[in-house]
Ligand binder design. Structure first.
Ligand code: ATP
Ligand code: MG
Length: 379
């Protein structure tokens, strides 16, 4: 390839694995930075620098071995990325955007300052601030960790004054902010992509269902009216204006009971709500990310046909060595089911171990088949 064919990814988990598979399919070489031995990425042929995501020196080494640098997580050393980018490395998305997004409070401020609707939120720097938030938002409200959270692990719904004390035992007060509880009717998400030349591709609006704060199912297309669809698409476009650099971005939203769309949060990377694009859309989100960061034209984000697609996550439900069972049963009993296993050696409760996408003529059928497929698999 003209400008080189070596891609460097910070992160060695399932997103890096699926990025690696698509990058290799397109003829790229991949090196990742991550701490896991026999990582999901290494198993599919990525070279690996064994180091924490946040290890800036490892990122500098990664840059030396890559023509294009990207991330599968926002929890990276953004100062190292700023420096590399200033010295001519092709880093996407922009380190500036990674830096803002990795602080959930800064992210919310960025959106607010751009006039993008979100849940109300407040900065918290001491106990008194929390009591003021309770007075302002009323119970229940949320305390969220500003840094390092994922899969709902940094969130607490506060229902009473006692919950505040419990939250403070788990979290440090300096790292928190408060958010009003949104009594949503649905959660929605859109995957957006931007190329280095600034073209935008918008994937269909999906409906996401979380259980215990973790993504459980994603439905496409979302069961919403065209006005809501337009509102979500418009908001996603506006949100892209405040995000910099090329790549795929996951935009999570709430649809309130009164029909308003609010932005929940942004992932400056491929995202769980885009997994169904692998089997249901013309261009998978992972291929799209590779195209975007390597300066290529974007692919068509539309669904392959008029049908419906449902993705269900395979979360671990015990602690121990992963052992996949039930694959044959899925193949025997569920039509049009696409199983993706991430190759993690250890299973843990609520750990993302894989996912299944089912395609069908209607969402009802796809949901039913996805639930059946999920029930047949254990890991
Ligand atoms: P992930 O990495 O899976 O996206 P996260 O740790 O970044 O999760 P959030 O997206 O902030 O966490 O929250 C996870 C889920 O918790 C949301 O999808 C939603 O179901 C619920 N939630 C978050 N904020 C609110 C809110 N203000 N009101 C109501 N529910 C909320
Ligand atoms: Mg989220």
């Amino acid at each position: 390839m003209e400008n080189g064919n070596r891609i460097g990814i910070i992160g060695d988990g399932q997103l890096g694995r699926m990025l690696t598979i698509d990058a290799k399919r397109l003829g790229f070489e991949v090196t990742v930075q991550g701490p896991t031995s026999n990582s999901p990425t290494r198993q599919v042929g990525a070279e690996q620098i064994i180091a924490d995501f946040k290890d800036g020196n490892a990122t500098r080494e990664l840059a030396q071995r890559s023509d294009y640098l990207t991330v599968e997580t926002e929890h990276v050393d953004t100062l190292a990325l700023f420096e590399l980018s200033a010295n001519g490395a092709r880093v996407n998305p922009s380190p500036e955007t990674l830096r803002v997004v990795q602080d959930k409070f800064a992210q919310k401020l960025l959106l607010k300052n751009a006039g993008i609707p979100t849940a109300r939120f407040r900065e918290i720097s001491n106990y008194k601030d929390i009591l003021e938030a309770a007075k302002d938002f009323r119970y229940p409200f949320l305390l969220k960790s500003r840094f390092g959270a994922y899969d709902g692990r940094g969130n607490r719904v506060v229902k009473t004054k006692k919950d505040i004390d419990d939250a403070l035992i788990t979290f440090k007060v300096q790292d928190l902010y408060a958010e009003a509880f949104v009594d949503f009717q649905k959660e929605l998400a859109i995957m957006m992509a931007r190329s280095t030349s600034g073209d935008i591709a918008a994937y269909p609006v999906t409906e996401t269902i979380q259980k215990n704060n973790i993504c459980h199912m994603v439905l496409a297309p979302a069961r919403i009216d065209y006005r809501t669809n337009d509102q979500a698409q418009e908001l996603a476009k506006d949100t892209m204006e405040v995000l910099k650099g090329a790549g795929v971005f996951g935009i999570e939203m709430f649809l309130t009971k009164s029909g308003r769309v609010l932005i929940n949060e942004i992932a400056p990377r491929v995202h769980n709500s885009g997994h169904l694009t692998m089997d249901a859309c013309i261009t998978p989100q992972f291929e799209q990310q590779i195209r975007a960061i390597a300066g290529m034209p974007l692919g068509d984000p539309e669904m392959r046909d008029r049908g419906a697609a449902v993705m269900v996550n395979i979360l671990g439900d015990r602690q121990g060595k992963a052992q996949l069972k039930g694959l044959s049963d899925v193949f025997l009993e569920v039509p049009n089911a696409h199983v993706h296993i991430y190759g993690k050696e250890e299973t843990k409760p609520q750990r993302k171990m894989g996912h299944i996408t089912v395609i069908a003529n209607s969402l009802e059928e796809a949901i039913k088949n996805a639930e059946l497929a999920r029930s047949l698999i254990s890991i």
